[in-house]
Design a protein around this ligand. Structure first.
Ligand code: SME
Length: 167
């Protein structure tokens, strides 16, 4: 099994290089999307500093997001496409990196502790099939460096998990 110890004090690009190497190990061992997302949620929750929620919402029926594997407090189970940070990321197929969730009109507060958030769409073919959502209890938690590292993680997810089995 892999170790989940990562030196969190190194430069952000080095941190994500290491994180993504470990994630690739996890992903290459299991292609089932739910199993892979479950392990990744646990992994991200343990290795990312200053976060309080990490997980996935899955696009169902082309009209809403339904809660998928995650770590953190219980969360809202259904989000219409176009609503909240997650629904916006999914409907626009665009990363949402929100420095202050209170300044995002329509933010859905699942955990009152969340102050900032990043949501990245996962695409299969031309379709957004899920989003990766990470929340932090501090404002301005997610930098451009975090976004770049997590974009690479999303590529690994798309390349390794059988996302077409989600719908
Ligand atoms: N804040 C999200 C809802 C999901 S929770 O953060 C886990 C949103 O506005 O879509």
């Amino acid at each position: 099994m892999f170790s989940i110890e990562i030196n969190q004090d190194q430069p952000v690009s080095d941190f994500y290089h290491e994180l993504n190497q470990l994630a690739e190990g996890l992903l290459s061992a299991e292609a089932d999307p739910i199993a892979g997302m479950a392990n990744l949620s646990s992994f991200l929750f343990q290795v990312l500093p200053d976060i309080n929620w990490a997980g996935f919402y899955l696009v169902k029926g082309g009209e809403q997001l339904v809660l998928g594997p995650f770590h953190g407090q219980p969360a809202c189970t259904r989000i219409p496409l176009g609503r909240g940070v997650c629904g916006t990321a999914a409907s626009e197929n665009k990363i949402q990196r929100i420095a202050d969730v209170d300044a995002f009109s329509g933010h859905i507060a699942c955990d009152a502790a969340s102050q900032s958030e990043i949501v990245l769409p996962l695409v299969c073919g031309e379709q957004v099939v899920a989003v990766l959502d990470i929340d932090s209890p501090i404002k301005n938690r997610f930098t451009e460096g975090d976004e770049a590292g997590l974009c690479r993680l999303v590529e690994l997810i798309q390349d390794n998990l059988h996302l077409s089995k989600l719908y």
